[in-house]
Design a binder for this molecule. Structure first.
Ligand code: AR6
Length: 205
């Protein structure tokens, strides 16, 4: 079962934070968000997001897992896309995956000396993936934790930016375009981090 963020508050002992730079009025949409711990390639939903590279021709990590599970036709379609800019997103079919679509996005390679630029690009990757989901009519979409593997983005910072950007997108009149946005964590540690951070971005009201 995929618990909703709203249901997590019932057991949360974390106090709501004082007002911060984070959007704080997005709690009304928290029922649209879920956390899932496991392999993103197992999800039977409209779209899964791939944390790809600029070539869109496959790689390791979640990208490798998605290509393996989807089969060689995915790579064939990716070859027609002419790559993807960092922060942008492009959609293919899901082929052998239970998901109908794969939204390929490219997160930034993290550089602490250029944190702001990295955060902007990471936020773009989430926002443009959601725009792609909207464009292809995908009403359920799952994200891996973009850039937090090989690309070295610190998990806490990435998770906070991801939650905030998704919340902003929903606030911008998009809450009717989706039924469920799933944050797919690959480890219990990452899942626990999300449950800890979510109430700081979506304060219970
Ligand atoms: N399901 C869900 N999450 C996963 C899975 C999976 N099957 N496998 C890994 N993760 P990474 P990046 C998590 O390195 O940092 C590739 O080679 C993983 O634990 O896959 O954006 C691309 O081709 C981590 O939290 O992506 C690029 O060259 C998250 O997915 C480069 O890596 C992202 O880790 C992109 O690096």
């Amino acid at each position: 079962a995929i618990p909703t963020l709203a249901s997590l508050y019932a057991s949360s002992t974390i106090a709501a934070p004082s007002p911060s730079t984070l959007a704080s009025s997005i709690y009304p949409f928290a029922h649209l968000l879920s956390l899932h711990c496991g392999d993103i390639t197992s999800l039977s939903i409209d779209a899964i997001v791939n944390a790809a590279n600029n070539s869109l021709l496959g790689g390791g990590g979640v990208d490798g897992a998605i290509h393996r599970a989807a089969g060689p036709d995915l790579l064939k379609e990716c070859r027609t896309l002419n790559g993807c800019d960092t922060g942008s997103a492009k959609t293919t079919k899901g082929y052998n995956l239970p998901a109908k679509h794969v939204i390929h996005t490219v997160g930034p390679v993290y550089k602490s000396s250029k944190h702001e630029e990295s955060e902007k690009l990471l936020r773009s990757a989430y926002r443009n993936s959601l725009e792609e989901a909207k464009r292809v009519g995908a009403r359920s979409v799952a994200f891996p934790s973009i850039s937090t593997g090989v690309y070295g983005y610190p998990f806490d910072k990435a998770a906070t930016a991801a939650l905030d950007e998704i919340g902003c997108w929903l606030e911008n009149g998009n809450s009717k375009n989706v039924e469920r946005i799933i944050l797919c964590c690959f480890s219990q540690k990452d899942y626990d981090k999300y449950t800890e951070l979510a109430p700081t971005v979506f304060p219970p009201q």
